[in-house]
Design a protein around this ligand. Sequence first.
Ligand SMILES: [Ca+2]
Ligand SMILES: [Ca+2]
Ligand SMILES: [Ca+2]
Ligand SMILES: [Ca+2]
Length: 318
Amino acid sequence: MLITVPNFTLPNAKEQAVQIQTLLTQNKKPMTNRHTHLSKLGKNVLAGMFASLSTLISFSAVNAATLRVTVENIAPQQGNFFSSLWVGFHDGNFDFFDIGQPPNLALERLAEDADFREISSLFNSSSAGSVDGIVFGPTGPVRDFFPGDSASATFTVDGSLANSRYFSYGAMILPSNDAFFGNDNPLAYRIFDDAGKFIPTSFVVLGADVLDAGSEVNDEDRFNAIGVGPTPFDDLQLNTGIDENGVVTVHPGFIPGGNILGDPNFANADFKVPGYQVARITITQVPEPNTLIGILFLGSLFFVHRQKGQKVGSSTKM
Ligand SMILES: [Ca+2]
Ligand SMILES: [Ca+2]
Ligand SMILES: [Ca+2]
Ligand SMILES: [Ca+2]
């Protein structure tokens, strides 16, 4: 299943926070039967504590980790832009292309049209992983990443499982016929060790890493290459252009003075310039709710203790 923007939610902790806040508020109101109210209060707090514990235990059991994938376009202004980024978490065996080999349909669609349906389908039928999705760019109807853009998405994976230890990605370079970037080596980015411990990861995609899918001739024609032409998106019909029938190669670069480099809007889009940087991809772990639950749990204990003290105090007065 393609997860577009999977987000981790924690209704239990939130509900419990609301519950505790409600109890605290209730406690400020005049009470006709203080003893009965405190008993009920104690029961509620205890129920909350058990809810916390069960939540804590269930999270420990599955080792759910929320990962944030941040994508930045770090090309210069008037440089390349690129599509939303497809990402997949897998066991090290999801290999969607090889340099020197013909592209499969998944890569052809990704590189020519930024269409991720085929790669997602391939991923989910590969049994190499269970979580994939898209990091969308911040602006516009097609959510691309323009120079200076940055956006992120979160994904929930289980780091204790072998099928979540490696990270793969791919995006279309724009404008282009079939330029893209992605990892040829499925073992290139290990994000969990054998013990399920997350390994923070950040890397830069260079212009030298940009590849040609070998599926469409690089004619840079405005009707064939997406992003070329008077409007960037006048060519959204899939699979346009002339079949190349080639293999995946390091991209030779755009045509000097052609429809891309000759356009002032893309004056700095020659990614073959030494040191040219295209993208930065960073994977971090979002702090787990265990800390929050711990605080709520300790808060509950403190609250019970405080209520007990008050109860004793009021008894001695009576
Ligand atoms: Ca490969
Ligand atoms: Ca090509
Ligand atoms: Ca094609
Ligand atoms: Ca095309």
